[in-house]
Design a binder for this molecule. Structure first.
Ligand code: CTP
Ligand code: CA
Length: 232
């Protein structure tokens, strides 16, 4: 240790980051998606690379360019993301699940385009629950692997936001949860963010506000990473 230059506090660490939003197909031309842009996840990758980490980045439909200098993987669906994350888990010191994963997928994917004259005036979709990737990664991680989840909540108050976050981190079994409030206009496509970082006991580690890049650096600095002080 002692070889890391200033600004290279993550030197030698391997960080696996998922970002963006998954898309669940309905037929060959349609999908169910979400409003995640991938910006905060890309900012985390950029920040980690700037701090000297080796970043593996799994992107699901990004609306921004992928991070430069990362090993890039690209997925569409929640199940593809799950398979990719499980395959890459073993090589990571830190895993950050910034992706917005579809909670449900259509129970059937039509082989051809769904047609109005066949479906009629009311089309009912049946959705089935997707596996919880973060919970699965957390349940099978190595002792010194640090796992970070994200939660965007539409809470009415700060207290409600913290309560939702505390319940969620307990349910997921990860080490940290990056919590933020979203609404119809805030959170997704903007260049700034306001987050609260919770630890596994539900306590606030830090709060950060600013550009998504500065929030990313704040989050990374706050993680207690066993090997941060060692040279790899
Ligand atoms: N997540 C995941 N697999 C899923 C759903 C979510 O890995 N099938 C991850 C997300 O990437 C995020 C964290 O879990 O890091 C929290 O996602 P969130 O949608 O807030 O939690 P859910 O458990 O899906 O609960 P809900 O959407 O009902 O609030
Ligand atoms: Ca969800």
């Amino acid at each position: 240790s002692g070889v890391a230059a200033a600004g290279s506090s993550l030197a030698g660490l391997r960080i696996l980051i998922s970002a963006g939003g998954t898309r669940e197909p309905l037929d060959p031309v349609r999908f169910i998606g979400n409003r995640s842009s991938g910006k905060q996840g890309v900012a985390l990758a950029d920040a980690a690379i700037a701090e000297g980490a080796r970043v593996t980045f799994v992107g699901a439909h990004l609306e921004v360019p992928p991070p430069r200098g990362a090993e890039l993987h690209s997925v569409e669906t929640a199940e593809e993301l799950r398979v990719e994350m499980l395959a890459l888990q073993g090589g990571a010191d830190i895993i950050i699940m910034a992706a917005a994963v579809a909670d449900y997928r259509p129970s059937e994917v039509a082989e051809g385009k769904i047609k109005k004259d066949v479906a009629g005036d009311v089309l009912t979709l049946e959705l089935v629950k997707n596996a919880d990737i973060l919970a699965e990664l957390s349940s099978q991680r190595a002792d010194d692997q640090v796992i970070v989840g994200f939660a965007a909540e539409t809470a009415a108050t700060r207290d409600e936001l913290l309560e939702l976050g505390q319940a969620k981190i307990a349910r997921k079994g990860c080490d940290y949860l990056v919590l933020n409030r979203v609404g119809w206009s805030e959170g997704f496509t903007t260049d700034h963010n306001t987050v609260v970082l919770l630890d596994r006991t539900g306590h606030i580690v830090i709060e950060a506000a600013g550009s998504k890049l500065s929030v990313a650096h704040s989050i990374l600095s706050a993680l207690a990473v066993p090997s941060r002080t060692h040279a790899h």
